[in-house]
Write a protein that binds this ligand. Structure first.
Ligand code: ADP
Ligand code: MG
Length: 352
């Protein structure tokens, strides 16, 4: 009896194992290839449909890491010998020749600074450090008013001058340029560009939450990108966006912040006041063909708050999704262009 029971149990387990195996192989055939690594003190992930040999996958992994490392070596504020840090240490008023990449990011940043009337401003490095979000040592208290005033006076995107013809730049005030609000997005664009050059047409690349998708994840299937619930507790999707050949950047006050005297301090600085932003806008998602632009705009909107952001997004024809906290509940709002491109049905789904 016991034996028979054991026997049938064994048969059942074998059958189960076999079924699982079949399911796995079947699934494995369709399983996308996932690549990953580390960059900018964070992670990167890439997903490709399973159409590459193991050797090709290895080459793609190394190539992606190489593209990211190049951006890091140029634009990091954490690496003392980065091109950016060398620029920050050059004497005031002195023109410095820049690499094509760094110049491109300076140029894009300056144009978004001007369009956002200084809400996005890469000269905020000194203030970022003062509030503890940069490479300097974390302060124990709210910064001294005098020091804050000093660094505020040294910043301002108007005091960073660019020379288009010679691809050079110079600082007119003792500010510290910080590209953390745009470099991740730029790195995503660079990886996408490199992948296309390798003949990879279908991919998703995610660098620390900034995402680009190309083509499809499978025939007739768009890539799906989740927009997190902005509470930082669990990485749960609040909205799912189905996209083809687009990129997405999100800025939020829920992942990178610290508490001081019971108050949450965001790592986004309002360049007008020199202090962390403080309003009910919890997350901004920007959808744009250029991830560098999406990244910078997301930071700009985080500074501007819900209403000003919607106005500016509509004026500049940008696809933007805003999640704010109102009376204890999340409220989603979308710009006109996003609404148009999603259509009424999908927009309603997002808003409910
Ligand atoms: P998020 O992860 O919320 O999208 P990002 O990483 O894109 O934010 O950008 C935040 C970083 O940008 C900050 O840590 C700081 O270094 C820099 N930063 C903060 N405020 C501004 C601003 N107003 N304009 C440009 N860069 C900023
Ligand atoms: Mg940003």
């Amino acid at each position: 009896m016991l034996n028979r029971k054991f026997n049938s149990l064994l048969k059942f387990s074998l059958l189960l194992a076999l079924l699982t195996l079949v399911a796995c192989t079947e699934q494995q055939d369709k399983q996308p290839v996932r690549l990953q690594g580390q960059i900018f003190g964070s992670f990167w992930l890439a997903t490709l449909p399973d159409e590459w040999t193991p050797t090709q996958v290895k080459q793609l992994q190394a190539g992606i890491q190489g593209e990211l490392d190049k951006v890091d070596a140029s634009m990091s504020t954490y690496k003392p010998d980065s091109e950016l840090n060398r620029f920050n240490q050059a004497p005031l008023g002195q023109w410095v020749d820049l690499s094509a990449e760094l110049f491109e990011v300076f140029n894009l940043s300056q144009s978004i600074a001007s369009l956002s009337q200084g809400a996005f401003d890469i000269t905020v490095g000194g203030l970022v450090n003062l509030w503890n979000f940069g490479p300097e040592v974390r302060p124990e208290a709210i910064p001294e008013t005098s020091l804050l005033k000093e660094r505020l006076a040294a910043s301002g995107y108007q005091y960073l001058e660019l020379d288009n013809e010679n691809q050079a730049a110079r600082r007119l005030r003792d500010s510290s340029i910080d590209l953390s609000g745009v470099a991740k997005g730029y790195a995503v664009d660079k990886v996408a560009q490199w992948l296309r050059q390798q003949g990879v047409d279908n991919f998703l690349v995610n660098v620390s939450g900034e995402v680009i998708v190309a083509g499809q994840r499978a025939p007739e299937q768009a890539w799906r990108i989740g927009v997190e619930v902005p509470d930082g507790s669990q990485q749960k999707a609040h909205h799912i966006l189905e996209l083809t050949d687009e990129s997405v950047a999100t800025s939020g006050d829920y992942r990178n912040f610290y508490e001081f005297n019971g108050k949450r301090l965001s790592h986004t600085i309002n360049p007008k006041t020199g202090s962390p932003v403080d309003h009910n806008l919890a997350s901004v998602t920007v959808i744009h063909p250029s991830n560098a632009a999406a990244d910078a705009w997301a930071t700009a909107f985080m500074v501007l708050g819900t209403e000003a952001s919607l106005n500016l997004a509509n004026r500049e024809n940008l696809k933007v999704l805003l999640i704010s906290k109102e009376e204890g509940a999340w409220k989603t709002q979308v710009s006109n262009y996003l609404q148009q491109s999603l259509g009424a049905e999908l927009t309603n789904k997002l808003l409910n």
